[in-house]
Write a protein that binds this ligand. Structure first.
Ligand SMILES: Cc1cc2nc3c(=O)[nH]c(=O)nc-3n(C[C@H](O)[C@H](O)[C@H](O)COP(=O)(O)OP(=O)(O)OC[C@H]3O[C@@H](n4cnc5c(N)ncnc54)[C@H](O)[C@@H]3O)c2cc1C
Length: 358
């Protein structure tokens, strides 16, 4: 473990990295700074798409404390490294060092696959075989990190005779079309849009896994815990933002702030325990729902404490408010999480106690 890794505690990054993401958060939000510079900066510190999940969670939490846009881009990129490291393809594994140096940018278009796994949606992308190659057609409505200069996207696809696979496709393959980046409430710099595949030919070495459901089940706790990390980071940033105004604020808000700070502490401890045991999935699903809701409450109290100043478009409070609006619609959406929890056995759902967390 390097000194930098040892310094990653409790969602805090080394001070130089904290300052880097804090200083550029506003420019990233306005879309005048490139999130890839943040990925490269993490790579320069050996902290991008690290082989260790706990390190990735701490990094994403620490970045989200200052800038959810940068953290979300890092999440998408990191997920691609997670998929490739669990893949049986040696060609894809060989791509990992380039991902860790941010020379390849990763995009995960796996929301439909995660929905499909629990019976909520069709995959939207199909493959057929042409001799030994896979030929891919179809579309996904959303993916991020769709940079015109290039990306590697991982997507689920349905094949002949009920086969399903997870595929990694380079953006320069003929037939890959990314939509124009969309104007968004927040996270605009993540270059999020739709993707279309038209007769894209893929070598079998581009198959991340042909064992669709077991692969997704294996990756899902990581997927959810890394998302939970950016929820916790956003919550921490909001409670710190609120703290600045608490001195002159009402006692009711101070009480609410204290309770949420205790919740954050307890959820953070549970988060690290879940990262340690990586499961069971329903407990992680419950945790992901709880941390997302908690982050929204934290942002809400920050606004009430900040008052009118927090409603100014250029304030970091207003930015966090827009960022937090993303949490319930990020796949698995709040609806999807509730759908899964309703179907899970009660003893599977109970996430290890988070102390005071409600
Ligand atoms: C800025 C941004 C970046 C994104 N980046 C990525 C990315 O990098 N990768 C990625 O994979 N996705 C990405 N997404 C997509 C995201 O993860 C969600 O999949 C998407 O926001 C859900 O919106 P939708 O319109 O597709 O909703 P839908 O999935 O159509 O859902 C709309 C509503 O209906 C509910 N619903 C859906 N299905 C059912 C059902 N069968 N029964 C009952 N209720 C149902 C949902 O819970 C939700 O409340 C991104 C989205 C945004 C906004």
């Amino acid at each position: 473990m390097t000194a930098v890794h040892a310094a990653l505690t409790d969602g805090a990054l080394p001070p130089e990295l904290e300052a880097y993401f804090a200083e550029r958060a506003e420019a990233v939000d306005r879309g005048t700074a490139d999130v890839r510079d943040g990925l490269r900066h993490l790579a320069d510190h050996g902290l991008l798409a690290h082989p260790d999940l706990a390190t990735n969670c701490a990094v994403i939490e620490g970045v989200a404390r200052h800038c959810l846009t940068s953290a979300f881009s890092a999440w998408a990129h990191t997920m691609v490294a997670e998929y490739l490291s669990l893949s049986g393809s040696s060609a894809l594994q060989a791509e990992l060092p380039r991902l860790r140096r941010a020379e390849t940018i990763g995009s995960t278009a796996m929301a439909p696959a995660m929905q499909h796994l629990v019976g909520l949606a069709d995959l939207g992308v199909q493959f057929r075989h042409d001799r030994e190659r896979y030929v891919v057609d179809g579309a996904v409505r959303w993916a991020s990190n769709l940079f015109i200069e290039g990306f590697l996207v991982v997507v689920g696809a349905a094949g002949p005779d009920g086969a399903r696979a997870v595929l990694a496709i380079a953006s320069d393959a003929p037939g890959v079309h990314a939509g124009e980046p969309l104007e968004l409430l927040a996270l605009g710099a993540t270059r999020s849009s739709s993707l279309r595949f038209e007769g894209v030919a893929l070598d079998p070495s581009g198959v991340v896994s042909a064992d669709f459901a077991p692969f997704l089940r294996a990756v899902k706790p990581r997927f959810l815990l890394l998302q939970s990390s950016f929820c916790l980071g956003l919550a921490r940033g909001a409670l710190e933002g609120a703290r600045l105004g608490l001195e002159r604020s009402f006692a009711a808000f101070r009480g609410e702030h204290d309770r949420l700070s205790a919740d954050l502490h307890a959820l953070g401890a549970r988060h690290r325990r879940l990262i340690g045991d990586l499961g069971p999935t329903p407990a992680v699903v419950a945790h992901r729902l709880e941390v997302a809701r908690m982050a929204q409450r934290a942002v809400d109290v920050e606004l009430r404490v900040a008052g009118g100043g927090g409603y100014r478009a250029s304030s970091s409070t207003a930015r966090r408010l827009r960022e937090a609006a993303f949490l319930p619609i990020q796949s698995p959406t709040e609806g999807h999480l509730l759908f899964e929890l309703e179907r899970a056995a009660p003893d599977e759902v109970s996430a290890p106690a988070a102390g005071g967390a409600r």
